[in-house]
Design a binder for this molecule. Structure first.
Ligand code: ADP
Length: 241
């Protein structure tokens, strides 16, 4: 599903975290939000998710205005940097959680939830670890559980906030290829926050470069790299151009 922000302003007190931000992710697109710490990436992701509400401007999913709807109505999947898995639940129960807490009318039967969890364990290549607890997994494995949990509710949009930020470089690299593969195979629309330019350029169809709550450039990785639109983008990419 497509997702778009139109002229979004978000203030925290007197501080403007998002200053008239507009962007569109097309159906099936993988967008990376890139920028320094404090540039508004997480705030934009939270506004898209319905976890924060803009002071002005609008969010649309599949062309439909999301005013007055929260995270649950929007059917977005969210993956955070710090796993946010339930420690007292097995891997399988973590993955099935979003389905098992649905209102009775839309909750699948226990057997259907179990079948879906088995499918997702297979997708994230953790079939052998369904009975383990999060504390028994590596960081990379935990993050794959978090992704499976986000996918369990069949999200229309997948939002990822520095999901690999806590992992070492080798694991990060493996996981980002794998994430891109999952995105493509499942036909997802994904928005991925990172401050790592190599990760953004490697992973995304288009890169959104943010600075001080505003968008400096939205373009393909090639163009952001070869034709930085502003001095900020040029400096942020290391002045290599
Ligand atoms: P990024 O993800 O690019 O690091 P954020 O969107 O997290 O940036 O934050 C942008 C700015 O907004 C930061 O200066 C941050 O301190 C501020 N901010 C974010 N959330 C809040 C909040 N709930 N209350 C006050 N200030 C906030």
């Amino acid at each position: 599903m497509s997702v778009s922000a139109r002229n979004v302003v978000k203030q925290f007190g007197a501080f403007t975290a998002l200053d008239n931000v507009s962007l569109d992710a097309a159906d099936g697109e993988f967008l990376a939000l890139l920028g320094p710490s404090g540039s508004g990436k997480t705030t934009l992701l939270r506004v898209l998710a319905g976890l924060e509400f803009p002071d002005s401007g609008s969010i649309a999913i599949a062309g439909e205005d999301m005013a007055g709807t929260g995270a649950r109505d929007r059917r977005v999947g969210f993956v955070f940097q710090h796993y946010a898995l339930f420690r007292h639940m097995t891997v399988a129960d973590n993955i099935g959680f979003g389905l098992s807490v649905r209102p009775r009318a839309s909750r699948p039967a226990a057997a259907a939830i179990a079948a879906r969890v088995t499918e997702l364990l297979d997708l994230v290549q953790l079939s052998h670890l369904g009975d383990r607890y999060p504390s028994q997994l590596s960081g990379g494995q935990r993050q794959r559980v978090a992704l499976a949990r986000a996918l369990a509710v069949e999200p229309r949009i997948l939002l990822l906030d520095e999901p690999f930020g806590a992992l070492d470089a080798k694991v990060r690299k493996d996981l980002r290829r794998w994430l891109r593969d999952v995105h493509d195979r499942m036909g997802l629309t994904s928005v991925f926050v990172t401050h790592d330019q190599e990760e953004a350029l490697d992973l995304a169809d288009r890169v959104v470069v943010m600075n001080r709550g505003a968008i400096e450039q939205i373009d393909t990785p090639e163009n952001v790299w070869n034709r930085p639109a502003t001095a900020f983008v040029c400096d942020f990419l290391g002045g290599a151009n």
